[in-house]
Design a protein. Structure first.
Length: 96
């Protein structure tokens, strides 16, 4: 008989849903340190991009960098039946 582990039929607890792994946390911390340590230089770089390629390009660059520092929130759209508008019905019942 081998000395391996027994599979008891269930997985371990693992990482809770939504909790980033260690690599993701480390990457976000490194980006945060970079941004914090280069805030004054970052403004100069954005000014150069705006001068060369326009303010829209500078904003896109900033937004792309910011996405790694502050994660994007997921968008949720609520619709009614068949993708149409939602319908809200309010009924009033008078107390007797």
């Amino acid at each position: 008989m081998g000395g391996g582990f027994k599979n008891l039929g269930k997985a371990g607890p693992g990482r809770p849903k939504g909790l980033p792994n260690k690599t993701t946390v480390a990457a976000r911390e490194a980006i945060a340190r970079f941004v914090d340590g280069n805030a004054d230089r970052l403004q100069g770089w954005l000014d150069e991009i705006a001068a060369d390629q326009g303010p829209a390009a500078a904003f896109k660059c900033f937004a792309d960098l910011l996405e790694y520092h502050v994660p994007k929130l997921a968008r949720t759209e609520l619709t009614g039946a068949d993708g149409g508008p939602q319908e809200l019905k309010i009924t009033w019942q008078q107390e007797k």
